[in-house]
Design a protein around this ligand. Sequence first.
Ligand code: FAD
Length: 387
Amino acid sequence: MDFTLTPDQRDLQARAEKLGRSFADQAASWDESDDAPYRELFERVGAEGFLGIAMPTEYGGQGGGAVEYLIVVEALFRYAQSWLPPEPVFCTSGPGPSMLLLGDDAVKDKYLHDIVAGRRACNIALTEPDAGSALTHLRTTAVRDGDDFIVNGHKSFLTGSNVNDLNATFVRFDEIPGPKGIGAVVVDATVPGVEIRRGPVFIGDRGIHHGEMVLTDVRVPAENVIVGPGQFARLMTAFNLERLHNCGFWLGFSQAAYDEAAIYTQRRVAFGRPVIEFQSVYHDLADMWVQIEALRLLAYRAAASAIDGRFPRLAEVSQAKLFGATVGPQITLKAMELHGGYGPTTDFAIQRIHRDCVTNVVAGGAPAVLRNGVAAGLFPDRKFPQG
Ligand SMILES: Cc1cc2nc3c(=O)[nH]c(=O)nc-3n(C[C@H](O)[C@H](O)[C@H](O)COP(=O)(O)OP(=O)(O)OC[C@H]3O[C@@H](n4cnc5c(N)ncnc54)[C@H](O)[C@@H]3O)c2cc1C
């Protein structure tokens, strides 16, 4: 068992850390305005060589895998103290683009070169107003009409809805019920019948929208089919990169909170001593760090054991994401407490770090649903019905 990164991976990490740091002083204004200069940010991330990090070179990607992906997003999350700089990596290399790799040459040739190069970027559109955890109950339909499919439905919480126009969209083919009917198509938001709505305003993960996409008789050519019906499990293997991205978030943001708490408690003086010298404070910092290290092991195990180095396995990545979503908000809340009364003020970054963490708890799958999956893996002979 070797836990060390290769020289190339260490170099990638150092470059991502440097890029992350360069964004740190802008994170507060992106959050406050809820209107980040995303195109500029995207181009910066591209110019520094972080697009398509885990995509094959034949599509212009950098040929990395899940480990390289995690290294980059963890460093960007931690040092930018913002969820936004990893988004261009996500949309050119994460679950959306990776789903396309499961498709035929037609869909790959049509879109992947542009996606990986950042000329167009790809959201993932699974959730619907009445089907989030209950993904297998989704209602968006794709019905065959000659060489096309006619798509109708309503997608919600679509991260990047106002900045990206391609959407790897989960649909129900030909009204086949249950998971058997579910597949995915690329929906181009610029074609007739697609309406993008602002969606709700979030308390965290601000700067670009998590909007809605309403689809009314949208004509989608058959070549845009990523995966047809009957391959739901296969489709979800690519979705596991979303869960790995979430792990990078928890890892990066937990460390950002630790960093802030470590700085503040060494500067703040109470009773004539820096507060870090109180045992309860240095014990808190020690506990935070041990939780971070445990999360790091789970997250990197999930990446290192990925199928073909690319698609994280469900059990490993679910455990890591569940642990991150459990300890992450505890760490950020504790770090905010260690800032005393200044913690919840906008004078300090920790409140934003905590708000982003709270916002992310259910994104990419609620903890309770992950627990269902972990338990099902532990007791394969038992049924744990969701309905
Ligand atoms: C910041 C953010 C970004 C997001 N970005 C995207 C995106 O880009 N694309 C996209 O498609 N979606 C996105 N989502 C949606 C996200 O994946 C869903 O919100 C999530 O899967 C939960 O679905 P829901 O909101 O419908 O909650 P519900 O399914 O209504 O669940 C509510 C609660 O009920 C409980 N629960 C539900 N089902 C079960 C069960 N079977 N067993 C036990 N408990 C259960 C859980 O406690 C759960 O938290 C995003 C969400 C957020 C917050």
